[in-house]
Design a protein around this ligand. Sequence first.
Ligand code: GTP
Ligand code: MG
Length: 203
Amino acid sequence: MMVIKNAVYVKGAGSYSQCIVSDVPQIAVAGKSNVGKSSFINYLTNDGKLARTSKLPGRTRLINYFLINDGDEWEFLLADLPGYGFARVSDAEKLKWADLLEKYLSNELKLAHVFFLVDIRHEPTKDDAVMYNYLFRNNVPFTVIATKADKLPKSQVKNRCRSIANFFKLGESNVLPVSSTNKTGLDAVLSKLEQVLTAYRDR
Ligand SMILES: Nc1nc2c(ncn2[C@@H]2O[C@H](COP(=O)(O)OP(=O)(O)OP(=O)(O)O)[C@@H](O)[C@H]2O)c(=O)[nH]1
Ligand SMILES: [Mg+2]
């Protein structure tokens, strides 16, 4: 079983030329602003202060890299991608984000998998569909993480995951419900991580 032993912040990249070049496999976390990307990273790494979380959406304007399991057999880089779909930013800034995201997703050779976060309560947005198209077009394998599962009664969690899976035309095993607040859903995420890193190593 994959264990996350240590996690350190490496750097933030504001443009594609600042992105990390290394042989370490990368796992990216993508999703709209405020969906819970930074909270998910903190839950995953069991470090409440690692990634900056915010009540104000649109705070993560960089690709922030974290090195996980330094020196271990399960070493990888976690890339917290800038959130999209936030209305209160200029068009110029939106274009800059889209450019960085698209370049990263289409060029990053060490990208093993994307955790694509969507809010469990809502239908995916137009921007989510754009992200889905980036992933699909670039053949980037991904798993959907349905965030904020604590906001729903337990009885509705499975139904919402099924509906999100249908939206993206995915099998149900590719949508994992998580609550970073209540700390539920981590085991399935860790087992997916182990699976994708093993597959990437053996590719
Ligand atoms: N109830 C609940 N709230 C959550 C959960 N995860 C995140 N939040 C809240 O959602 C808000 C946004 O969380 P972040 O983790 O900062 O979201 P983000 O996707 O990193 O946002 P950007 O960096 O702006 O793109 C914060 O107020 C979090 O406390 C969750 O599992 N349950
Ligand atoms: Mg964030």
